[in-house]
Design a binder for this molecule. Structure first.
Ligand SMILES: [Zn+2]
Length: 158
């Protein structure tokens, strides 16, 4: 795929055999150099024939490669930035400032509350599981314990 950007004003790049009416609806793609039906080109009001110079397939391919290029450039930029000592220092300073702000303190409190609730729920679930499990454990231990237990096992379906 050639990627030359033509700076020339829009020129009619349509069918070469313009006198042949059958060929009038075809146009040569400036990228893949193939002759394709007009429908295979996007409309472009600024071009001479009202169609893009590149076929839809080539345009799609271009944008696909473009997004890959942009992502790579962005990753490179981020990497370079995070390696920059000035940027690192600024980030460190900002983090310090943020850590001292009431906004941050509130966030920490909220996280602590959430964590506390989560732990409490987990504890509750665990103790519940333990409570339903323990009678059976004790029943398996010895006959003496079994007879000493209140008669709750009788109600349980076996
Ligand atoms: Zn093409």
């Amino acid at each position: 795929m050639t990627d030359k950007k033509t700076k020339n004003p829009p020129v009619y790049t349509g069918p070469e055999s313009i006198n042949n009416p059958d060929e009038l609806i075809r146009k040569r793609c400036s990228s893949c150099k193939e002759y394709k039906p007009f429908d295979d080109f996007y409309n472009n009001r600024t071009s001479g024939d009202g169609k893009d110079s590149r076929c839809i397939e080539c345009v799609k391919q271009y944008w696909k490669e473009y997004s890959v290029r942009v992502a790579a450039r962005r990753a490179e930029y981020r990497k370079a930035r995070s390696a920059d000592p000035i940027v690192r220092e600024n980030i460190r300073k900002y983090a310090k400032k943020y850590a001292a702000s009431p906004e941050h303190a509130e966030r920490i409190r909220e996280l602590a509350r959430k964590n506390y609730r989560k732990r409490k729920d987990a504890q509750k679930a665990e103790s519940l599981a333990h409570a339903t499990k323990s009678p059976n454990d004790e029943v398996d231990d010895s006959a003496g314990v079994r007879s000493a237990l209140p008669d709750t096992t009788a109600k349980m379906p076996r």
